[in-house]
Design a protein around this ligand. Sequence first.
Ligand code: XBP
Ligand code: MG
Length: 233
Amino acid sequence: MLRALVFDVDGTIAETEGFHREAFNLAFAHHGVAVRWDPDEYRRLLRVHGGRRRIEASFAERGIDAGPGGVAAIHRTKTECYGRIVRGHGIPWRRGVRRLMESALHRGLRVGIATTTTAENLEPVFAPFLGERWRDRLGAVVASTDVPRLKPEPDVYEEALRRLRVGPLEAVAFEDSAAGVTAACRAGLAVVATPSEWLDGDDVGPADLVVRELDELSIDSLCAWHSEWRERC
Ligand code: XBP
Ligand code: MG
């Protein structure tokens, strides 16, 4: 029986990566680093999950040594910039996400978050849509700092299941990236992929279902699909 929905954040709940890219570039400029990620380079770097690791990968490619603590300082600045950008813009959620989340909660299912973004980035994305007490409405909010390994490792999903107190066969994951789909599959959940603007070419083949937008699903059709998926396990 389906008891929980577990959502990825960036790219799945909202198209946030354009704002992340802007924040990274503002942080590089603030720290006097001669790096500016254009859309094509950022799209390629999105294969690296976790902003700090993404900076490290790019600096290694470019032969840049940020010095001890340099990358961490740049990433802290980036996170501050991202928060200001998102609060200024109010990022719209993707079609159908809020309706599916609210109808799941109304039906007594649990809803969790499993993301490799920094926890501070969640408030300005969630509060405008789920209210100031958005954390109280969710059964689990697992971010990059809560687990030792990021996607495509299954850690964030395993931790979300633990906090939700449900087994993997009782939950559906929603993801936009190949690494996220892999992470959720490795954790044993049923996986629905909704390819996003920045990762549209990503191989989400291992997902159990691929839809363009979540408004193609209702909580009833999702429960029915999950039952069929469960029987095939
Ligand atoms: C997406 C990520 C994050 C963001 C940037 O997370 O990989 O790294 O791109 O945020 P998900 P940070 O799709 O799992 O939500 O700079 O805070 O990492
Ligand atoms: Mg994502």
